[in-house]
Design a protein around this ligand. Sequence first.
Ligand code: LLP
Length: 384
Amino acid sequence: MNFPVEKFKTLDTPFYYYDTDLLRTTLRTIHEEAGRYERYHVHYAVKANANPRLLSIIREYGLGADCVSGGEIRAALKAGFPADKIVFAGVGKADWEIRLGLEAGICCFNVESLPELENIDALAGEAGKVASVALRINPNVDAHTHHYITTGLSENKFGISTEHLEMILDRMASLAHVRLVGLHFHIGSQILDMDSFKMLCNRINEIQELLYKRMMIVDIINVGGGLGVDYEQPDRQPVPDFAAYFAVFHKHLKLRPKQHLFFELGRAVVCQCGSLITKTLYVKEGVNKKFVIVDAGFTDLIRPALYQAYHRIENISSALPPQEYDVVGPICESSDCFGKVVSLNETSRGDIIAIRSAGAYGEIMASQYNCRRLPGACYSDEMP
Ligand code: LLP
């Protein structure tokens, strides 16, 4: 990626830099590749990044929005996503959030438990409405990803287990203010092995059979998100392989006639277009190692501290031969470390460092611990 380094030197750091050309190329690819199949709809998982500028670009390409809170529904509406392209998921929806969804007229609620279903029925009844719901089924498929971001195993808090499904369908028949429109699944995030998605398809086929035996066909199958990106080499394939991803579903998922297939992609849409840009404050000699102390910390990008996630780190202002450093932030915790034994072009005070693949779950997860400022944001198409 080409960074406007001279310009960066004049800006306050740390900040997120978004390459809007790459975002647009990614969105165009999604549009084309999903468009090869009938009734495939991609909803952007707003949780990955709710930056308003990015949201409005994503909306331009016709994606819907997958929201997990009232705040995200508001952000999506404000960015111009049509209400009937918003789906609302989450294990713990509060009453005000459900009312907000009902008022806006969202496409559907992804329901995760019987008590939640009963509550939506009651609130829809009060509002004189019938809520469209999809049942989130826990498919018990192992996504082979970090245990914090795997969600499809039966031991996780998410979704309804298949053993409880029939009981919930029975109960649902007596609820007048909810209408079953779909089935929802999600197995985890940062998944690069297409076999996990194939296993999900097989599971969905079994569950569709089970419903069919009850003479039921739903309008929507929602397979969630999870397509991963290349954190090791962000420039190798900056646009994820959406063709291969959609092809797996086309090949293995048996959709019923007229059924719509929903995807909820977050990371794959926005990850590679974002980098966290930070300045070197000091280079410190440790015992047997050198530290590059930068002005960004885990308050700006928490993934390395929280998930031991790898992000590629580059000194984009030095052309000197590389040396090895631990790259750390200023926060008073040892976990405030972006990478150990990182090979960086020889670094000195003032050098600009880019932490790559930070467009997803970066800016949105920032906090103000240590009374720090939230990171800023700037965009390639606004650079002079
Ligand atoms: N749908 C549901 C129901 C989800 O729970 C998620 C993500 C998505 C869609 C979008 O998944 P994606 O396409 O982005 O993989 N903060 C973590 C990731 C947490 C993902 C939570 N759920 C990280 O930084 O890796």
